[in-house]
Design a protein around this ligand. Structure first.
Ligand code: GLN
Length: 474
């Protein structure tokens, strides 16, 4: 049995037909997990797996199983699981133990999914390479000299390595889609408000969403179907009847050509993207060039709105109520030392940026204008979706880069988010799907294509994604 490459759907069938028990499945996956210590993708493998296995097996035996029952699952370290540490890969929360389940955790638990461990990430989800983690970088399973992407790099890496069948990440500006692309797996950022944010550690609340990593589009859909839906604990989550949309088969793919050909996009990425569009045409899709001038402002908008929200959300970590504490000579000294030592450089940089753009002298010039530009981008997208059913871009402008390559130049790192941030600014859903490889020495480094759909039309993404997977296989 090829456990490393098995999908959720296939594992489910084996469990249901009793060709395999939950224990056998979980033990085989745990064995793979033990074998990838060198990747530093798991921060912890949980010790209560046995208990969860019993619950899941009982659900199967009593005929109460659903698709995720008994499926070994990994969770990003900023998603709360009651009784387990959740550190957001920060020294600030190194010993913090969650006192309740996140909304998404609860849904997965009710479905009988088995949480096997928590995965490494950029500190508080700030980064695109998992290099800002306080607990060391995660390595890309396709080439251990390269980053897995970020911030959910650990979740992407464990799924790519077969050390979990599915995983959750969070995506504020690309942190599910970009690592999915770098590691050669599927990653979905759902519509803002379709999945509960209760129990996720907030980075930038108007942009954050949790979503799945999986080996196939079908598996990503299975996970999304489980975690979506209204949660009274999250006031921005939409009522369930709002999520129901009439499905119409997508036909027209819009491509913002000018934007995609922007400076700095690797020619091999562009070539792969052209090939992707060609194969979609063969599948019967029409590809139409569209113009979205506001897209060129999205990085600037993101790097104002995001730090502004970060600076406000992270104010709660004062070293007094919970989290890392360092003793100063007075209360101010406590704050300065606790926050100065508890947070890493990137987090401190963003808090500084955020308090600057929100300060009274600069609020109108930066934060106010970024909010206006956000509305323009949303309006442009609504207009574009009158003409096309979905939009395609590469997921990232380059393949996975070398560890250390961009750490000394934060601006270079921020540019890697160019294709993913517009999606969070507008709140629409998008999926990244493996689209091929580039050869680098002896290694084959994965590439990904991103499809973007209108609000609440994840169905469109799953349909086009499955069509695309079929073309890639043939
Ligand atoms: N790479 C982006 C950033 O550094 C995205 C982060 C995220 O989506 N959490 O902000």
């Amino acid at each position: 049995m090829d456990i490393k490459n098995i999908t959720i759907k296939q594992a489910h069938e084996l469990l249901m037909s009793k060709k395999m028990s939950v224990l056998e499945l979980v033990e085989s996956v745990l064995k793979i997990a033990e074998g990838i210590h060198n990747l530093n993708a798991y921060l912890e493998i949980f010790d209560d797996v046995q208990k969860q296995v019993e619950v899941a097996q009982k659900m199967i035996d009593e005929g109460n199983a659903v698709l995720l029952t008994g499926i070994p699952f990994a969770m990003k370290d900023n998603i709360l699981i009651k009784g387990h540490t959740a550190s957001a890969s920060s020294k600030m929360l190194e010993h913090y133990v969650a006192t309740y389940d996140a909304g998404v955790t609860k849904k997965l638990r009710d479905a009988g999914a088995i949480f096997i461990g928590r995965t490494n990430m950029d500190e508080f989800a700030m980064g695109g390479s998992t290099e800002t983690s306080a607990f060391g970088v995660t390595k890309n399973p396709h080439d251990i000299t390269r980053v897995p992407g970020g911030s959910s790099g650990g979740s992407a890496a464990v799924v790519a390595a077969g050390a979990a069948l599915g995983a959750l990440g969070t995506d504020t500006g690309g942190s599910i889609r970009q690592p999915a692309s770098f590691c050669g797996v599927v990653g979905l950022k759902p519509t803002y408000g379709s999945v509960s944010r209760s129990g996720l550690m907030a980075m930038a609340s108007s942009l954050d969403q949790a979503g799945p990593f999986a080996k196939t589009v079908e598996d990503a859909e299975i996970i999304f179907d489980c975690i979506k839906g209204h949660d009274p604990m999250d006031s921005t989550s939409y009522p369930d009847d709002f999520l129901k949309r009439e499905f119409k088969k997508p036909k027209v793919i819009g491509v913002p050509t000018e934007f995609v050909r922007a400076k700095g996009v690797d020619p091999r990425v562009l070539k792969n993207f052209e090939e992707t569009l060609e194969s979609m045409k063969k599948e019967g899709y029409e590809v139409r060039e569209i113009s979205l001038p506001a897209l060129s402002h999205s990085l600037a908008v993101y790097y104002i709105l995001m730090p502004a929200e970060v600076s406000s959300n992270l104010a709660r970590f004062d070293g007094v109520r919970y989290g890392y504490h360092a003793e100063g000579t007075n209360l101010l000294g406590d704050y300065l030392r606790s926050r100065g030592e508890g947070f890493g450089r990137e987090v401190r940089r963003r808090i500084l940026l955020g308090t600057y753009v929100l300060s009274s002298g600069y609020y109108d010039a930066y934060y106010g204008r970024a909010c206006l530009a956000r509305e323009i981008l949303k309006r442009d997208l609504v207009e574009a979706f009158k003409e096309v059913d979905l939009i395609a871009t590469p997921t990232a402008p380059t393949p996975a880069f070398k560890i250390g390559e961009k750490t000394s130049d934060p601006l270079q790192m921020y540019l890697a988010d160019i294709f993913t941030v517009p999606v969070n600014i507008a709140g629409v859903p998008a999926i990244s799907i493996p689209s091929g490889f580039v050869e680098e020495g002896n290694a084959k480094i994965p590439l990904g294509v991103q499809f973007i759909a209108p609000h609440f039309e994840e169905d469109v993404l799953f349909t086009v994604g499955k069509d695309f997977e079929r073309c890639v296989q043939n």
